[in-house]
Design a protein around this ligand. Structure first.
Ligand code: UD1
Ligand code: UDP
Length: 365
């Protein structure tokens, strides 16, 4: 029996961990692996954390470190200290980390300094924009990892370009596993389609299936630049369509600070759980986002995606015509929205939704 310690902390990691944690406890794998789940506490509001554990039936974390907020250095440093203590006590055979957050880097660094092998899921992604905190976290985590589970061919090439060839496996994207699995659950629970939203603007609105775009904004390069954030919101206000905007707490703070106002076409709501998000994605006509995960979910669901960034790690979505990079320029956002030509076909760049199984098979060997 191999003991895996999984380290999560931020919203997208709960979604990725949901897949592997379920498989580890399945009949097929439960005699080969056991898991201790450590939650760093990076995300702590109920609608940024607990809701995912409940909705997606993720096992409750065994250890909660309660380390959220603060500067990036401070947060990562405090996580490193606490994770190291837990790993010394737990002595696992393997540490699993996901993606590119501060929790990812702290977990990988703590484990590798104790000579515990690290498996990095979603390895090899690069935006080639080194000021992006996630880019720093990815590069460092990849260089510390023993197993590098890549979602795409491009990710494998990126690693090869940095001299990483050992332990690299292409397994597809674990977020596709999640999207397919929870779509089935939604179907059995019957998708509603229309949303009655408690709009944080102060009114309640009814938004009909197919009559809205779904937007999210949380990337530091947008939220921490007042001009960019104001441009994005002004573009939303003038887009001539209903927009549902589940607002990340980071963005909400900045909007309040800057006193930015929304027109009534924009329904601002609290962050939602994964199932509700999936339902909103399924029923929208366009996705406008700066999220990494949501760009891919748009692709999985064959929705046009407009990305509020200058570069992306998910280059396949752009090259195939399903995603357009517009940055924070209001005119470009409007132009992309009005002129998006939806491609006729899709290629399986992200695998077949079997990443979780492939990862466990490789580790078991
Ligand atoms: C983090 C990740 C980012 C990921 C995102 C997912 C890093 C460097 N960034 O960004 O890669 O895309 O999570 O959503 O790790 N806050 C709350 N409540 C919460 C969580 C955050 O109020 O539950 C507020 C706090 O003011 C906090 C700020 O949001 O300081 C930023 O949170 P943080 O975890 O530092 O970064 P994210 O922007 O969430
Ligand atoms: N998501 C969610 N509720 C929301 C916003 C996002 O469940 O209110 C999900 C989304 O569907 C995707 C993941 O969170 O699966 C993406 O996380 P986020 O955008 O926070 O981070 P990123 O992927 O950019 O790192």
């Amino acid at each position: 029996m191999k003991h895996i310690v999984t380290i999560v902390g931020a919203r997208p990691q709960f979604i990725k961990a949901a897949v592997l944690s379920r498989l580890i406890r399945s009949e097929e794998w439960k005699n080969k692996f056991c898991e201790t789940l450590i939650h760093t506490g990076q995300h702590y509001d109920a609608n940024m954390s607990e809701i995912f554990f409940t909705d997606m039936k993720i096992p409750k974390p065994d250890i909660h470190l309660n380390i959220g907020g603060g500067t990036h250095g401070e947060m990562t440093g405090r996580m490193l200290i606490q994770i190291e203590k837990e790993l010394i006590h737990l002595k696992p055979d393997l540490v699993v980390v996901y993606g590119d957050t501060n929790s990812t880097l702290a977990g990988a660094l703590a484990a590798s300094k104790l000579h515990i092998p690290v498996a990095h899921i979603e390895a090899g992604l690069r935006s080639f924009y080194k000021l992006m905190p996630e880019e720093q976290n990815r590069i460092l985590t990849d260089h510390l990892s023993t197993w590098l589970f890549c979602p795409t061919e491009v990710a494998v090439k990126n690693l090869a370009n940095e001299g990483i060839n050992q332990g690299v496996h292409i397994v597809g994207d674990i977020m596709l596993d999640a999207s397919l699995f929870y779509r089935q659950i939604l179907q059995t629970e019957k998708v509603k389609g229309n949303f009655r939203l408690n709009n944080l603007n102060g009114h309640t609105s009814e938004i009909l299936k197919g009559s809205y775009s779904l937007a999210t904004v949380h990337r530091a390069e947008n939220t921490d630049n007042p001009e960019k954030l104001a441009n994005i919101i002004s573009a939303f206000n003038d887009l001539g369509t209903n927009i549902i905007l589940p607002l990340h707490p980071r963005t909400r703070k900045k909007i309040l600070e800057l006193d930015l106002k929304f027109n009534s076409n924009v329904s601002i709501i609290d962050p939602v759980g994964y199932l509700e998000m999936l339902e909103m994605e399924i029923n929208c006509n366009c996705i406008i986002t700066d999220s990494g995960g949501i760009q891919k979910e748009a692709y999985f669901l064959q929705k046009p995606c407009i990305t509020l960034r200058e570069q992306t790690e998910w280059v396949e979505t752009v090259e195939s015509g399903w995603n357009e990079l517009v940055g924070s320029d209001a005119n470009k956002i409007a132009f992309a929205f009005e002129n998006f030509i939806v491609p006729q076909k899709q290629l399986p760049f992200y695998g077949r939704g079997e990443a979780g199984q492939l990862i466990l098979k490789i580790i078991a060997k």
